[in-house]
Design a protein around this ligand. Structure first.
Ligand code: NAP
Length: 483
């Protein structure tokens, strides 16, 4: 029988008030693996009230010291490490990502708890000089009640990169994970409860965007929304949050360029370019979905990437040796297949891998790695986020041409540059309009560093020091010292 998951509100495990549930699927087979509460506005209100009350009664902040907030997060890191394999298996099962990639994600989750555990005792303000007759104290205070709304592609990481800094800052919060992948999100309160987090600080509700997400954004009792997801929903959140002037952090999509210059380390560039779009089934906001290749090496690079794609092993995500699992849902697989159809009319398909042959996976949402060659940068497959294992290869002649095409997109999340020439690398990096630029690397995103996008890839930065700053207000206390 499928597990019956529950919401976590005010330290209690609860069904939705009206008893409604939705199914959670194993994307590799289409089988139902769990059911989760289909939370409605009344359930959301209950979670908001718990978070609001807990923040306003003062026992959590300022009543719980920074040291204790830090210790809770450090203990959570240890618990994640203790539960590492179980959480990795759960994440892989729920999202479809290969188990090796899930293990890397969960390791980073443990580190995020540790990193923000260290931050709790290092949040402080400033004393700017204001003359002999006064003193100005700028103190940092938690923003209050935060809502964290997260996507399905890195379910536990995306949640913890909001939950951990919010707790370090002294906020209380309500987490709404994507309806496709609620399993590991509901492990977070168990971990934090064991680590000593008081009831009411973290509340987790499952459900759909319109019924469980939108009321969080509209509520006057919620001070801030940290959102990771699509550009379209990000815009909706800004609009819906405008009435209450909600503070928002938006981590949105991308159509990231991956520029391969002729003087690059060829093998490293090919492997990096392929990993940049085929890891995590291409369901990566910063995926290098536009691969720009200098004409001198274009044919060789294309052939090498085609060979790489043929070597990708689609299969059960939990099986060691699988390098690509299914997409997260039937809807997502259909969306990517529609883009492959569009691409077939816009460019030439250089390769498309095979679906797995195992009959047990016949109902899975598999979409094989696909490469389109000679793509025009104006084509839809080069301009729109597909969010699947679909690479568009675009030839270029000069660095200026590569740069102009790279920046010619409404997104600006990430970019990669492959070259042995450090000046060219740095000059290109400086001219790219993107929140992160990798030089001779791809997708590496240490939690100590800021993450976020230029242009329509978002507003604000998560992770690193800015991740905590996101959950703080600055209060200026002015003291008149004049006789
Ligand atoms: P999505 O459709 O925008 O959904 C994200 C979250 O928003 C889900 O929890 C969703 O609930 C919720 N939601 C939907 N409508 C809402 C509404 N009206 N009000 C409040 N919440 C609402 O995105 P996704 O398909 O889950 O994820 C893929 C997208 O995320 C891609 O565009 C990807 O690039 C982006 N992403 C960005 C980053 C980054 O760091 N920049 C990282 C990862 C992913 P449901 O469960 O009902 O959908």
């Amino acid at each position: 029988m499928a597990d019956a998951l529950q919401n976590y509100i005010d330290g209690k495990w609860l069904d939705a008030a009206d008893g409604g549930r939705f199914d959670v699927f194993d994307p590799s087979t289409g089988a139902v693996i769990a059911t989760a509460p289909d939370s409605q506005p009344a359930d959301v209100e209950r979670a908001i009230d718990a978070a609001r009350r807990t923040f306003d009664d003062g026992a959590w902040w300022p009543g719980t010291s920074e040291r204790e907030r830090g210790r809770i997060l450090l203990r959570a890191a240890d618990i994640v490490r203790r539960e590492h394999e179980r959480l990795s298996q759960m994440e892989s099962l729920d999202s479809g990502k290969p188990i090796g990639e899930a293990r890397e994600d969960i390791s980073e989750v443990a580190f995020m708890f540790e990193y923000y555990g260290g931050w709790a005792t290092k949040i402080h303000g400033d004393i700017p000089p204001v003359g002999p007759d006064a003193m100005s104290l700028v103190v940092k205070e938690p923003m209050g009640v935060a809502a964290a709304i997260t996507p399905w592609n890195y379910p536990m990481m995306m949640a913890v990169q909001k939950v951990a800094p919010a707790i370090a800052a002294g906020c209380t919060l309500i987490l709404k994970p994507a309806e496709q992948t609620p399993l590991t999100a509901l492990e977070i309160p168990k971990i934090l409860e064991e680590a000593g987090l008081p009831a009411g600080v973290l509340n987790v509700i499952t459900g759909f965007g319109e019924t469980a997400g939108a009321p969080l954004v509209a509520s006057p009792k919620v001070d801030k929304v940290g959102f990771t997801g699509s550009k379209e929903i990000g815009k909706l959140i800004m609009r819906n949050g405008a009435d209450t002037l909600k503070r928002v952090t938006l981590e949105l999509g991308g159509k990231s360029p991956n520029i391969v210059f002729a003087d690059a380390d060829f093998d490293a560039a090919i492997e990096g370019s392929c990993n940049g779009i085929f890891w995590n089934q291409g369901e990566i906001c910063s995926a290098g979905s536009r691969v720009l290749v200098q004409r001198e090496i274009y044919d060789d690079a294309l052939n090498a990437m085609v060979e790489h794609a043929k070597g990708v092993k689609l299969g059960a995500p939990g099986a060691e040796g699988t390098t690509m699992g299914p997409l997260v849902s039937k809807d997502q697989a259909e969306r990517v297949e529609r883009y492959i159809e569009i691409g077939s009319s816009e460019a030439s398909m250089a390769v498309q891998g095979d679906r797995p042959t195992d009959p047990a996976l016949a109902g899975g949402y598999f979409v094989p790695p696909t490469i389109f060659a000679d793509v025009d940068n104006k084509a839809r497959i080069a301009q729109e986020e597909i969010f699947g294992p679909v690479m568009s290869v675009i030839p270029f002649s000069t660095p200026e041409e590569a740069l102009a095409m790279s920046n010619d997109n409404e997104y600006g999340l990430a970019a990669a540059v492959w070259t042995r020439d450090i000046k060219k690398a740095m000059n290109t990096a400086r001219a790219l309009r993107a929140g992160i630029v990798w030089i001779n690397d791809t997708q590496t995103a240490p939690s100590e560093t800021p993450w976020g996008g230029y242009k329509q890839s978002g507003i604000g930065r998560e992770l690193g020091a800015s991740g905590v700053e996101d959950y703080l207000e600055a209060k200026h206390i002015y003291v008149n010292l004049a006789e």
